[in-house]
Ligand binder design. Structure first.
Ligand code: CP3
Length: 338
């Protein structure tokens, strides 16, 4: 299948295409499902997860599906309560040794079996039409939510912890990586064909601090889950200066955000690398001609790399007109041989 071929760096006439957050509120059929259940109920109901996972596949004919879930459902295996309205809020953020001591490090396969059931339900519903991507948050991004309690602009609490209690932070990162490793392995056991690790908040740190406090743990997680045999995509967002660090991991595919041209990203990573990305999702809110020309530009730039998976440079906006997403996807597809 085209997506897995691209992950392996096989030559293709055009890149496979999928979109981060492709199942979500910009789709009326998703809003219809969501009008009856809360976001967490949706994540906890495997049949509904499969239904919404397939919505963008049926509508657009994308080349890969991504499991419908959230990077923060894993908190349930740690005894941490999180709510979504719509952004995540952790009732009791973990900021000191007592908070750390109260954390549980349960086995995701036992504590949140509904995620693995959702993987199986998606696989059954897809019937091998396209591969299914499983995912988790990277240890740093996941821990950041745990410490900050919600989205943040300055990351004062988690950075304060790194610089005042580096040993405690390091131990937390190690435990988090181990838990996430078991989580991703369970998703592969349940049938996931590829994995993506989202380090959405990587850009909160300088390259120096990312390299010292974060990357060794993330690199170890990538190395561990590669042993399952499925391709691993690593997406570190928010600072293009981190790209060479991401390229230093053994990830099969390096995700590229929209803050750097794909041509420069490939120069940085080396043309032997497989890349994923990186159209600015806000182009989907602009003029049709601009969207088409910028989509074509990313595809052309990607041809230099050993492999390219076309994607957005971050999640699709909820204000996107699905027709614009279709225009982008059809543009990528039109650049193939037939
Ligand atoms: O289609 C897909 O990509 C699969 C599903 C998916 C969701 N979240 C569904 C979701 C995936 C892969 C994620 C990952 C995720 N979740 C990330 C990493 C990717 C990124 O965007 O950087 C992060 C940081 C989160 C945490 C999170 N969950 C936030 C910040 C929010 C609020 C987002 C918003 O736009 O308001 C969520 C909630 C969430 N996760 C929604 C969806 C569809 C919206 C919930 C709703 O229906 O009300």
């Amino acid at each position: 299948m085209r997506f897995l071929q691209a992950c392996r760096g096989e030559a293709l006439d055009r890149p496979p295409v999928w979109m981060m957050r492709q199942a979500g509120r910009y789709l009326p059929e998703y809003r219809e499902v969501r009008s009856k259940v809360s976001f967490l109920e949706l994540c906890r109901t495997p049949e509904l997860c499969a239904k919404v996972t397939l919505q963008p596949i049926d509508r657009f004919g994308l080349d890969a599906a991504i499991l419908f879930s959230d990077i923060l459902v894993v908190f349930e295996a740690m005894g941490v309560d999180v709510e979504f309205n719509p952004g995540p809020v952790v009732a009791q953020p973990v900021r000191d040794a007592a908070g750390v001591a109260a954390l549980r490090w349960g086995d995701p396969a036992e504590e949140i079996p509904y995620v693995m059931d959702a993987v199986r339900a998606c696989k059954a519903a897809l019937a091998d039409r396209v591969p299914l991507i499983g995912f988790c948050g990277a240890p740093f991004t996941t821990l950041s939510y745990l410490v900050e309690g919600r989205g943040s602009r300055d990351f004062e609490n988690v950075k304060g912890m790194i610089f005042s209690e580096p040993l405690m932070f390091g131990q937390l990162m190690e435990k988090m990586s181990d838990l996430l490793g078991r989580y991703l392995e369970a998703q592969v056991d349940a049938g996931a064909d590829a994995l993506q690790i989202f380090d959405s908040w990587a850009g909160a740190l300088s390259p120096r601090d990312y390299a010292k406090h974060v990357l060794p743990h993330t690199a170890a997680l990538i190395e561990r889950v590669r042993k399952t045999g499925v391709p691993v995509i690593f997406f570190a967002r928010g600072n293009a200066n981190l790209l060479s660090l991401a390229g230093g991991t053994t990830a099969d595919v390096v995700g590229v955000d929209w803050s750097i041209g794909m041509d420069h990203a490939i120069e940085t990573l080396g043309a032997q690398r497989v890349v994923q990305g990186n159209l600015d999702p806000m182009l989907l809110l602009g003029a049709r001609e601009t969207l088409v020309s910028r989509t074509r530009e990313v595809v052309e730039q990607g041809r230099v790399a050993a492999g390219h998976i076309f994607n957005l440079g971050h999640g699709i906006s909820r204000h996107t007109d699905p027709e614009m997403a279709k225009l982008m996807i059809d543009t990528v597809k039109s650049m193939g041989a037939s």
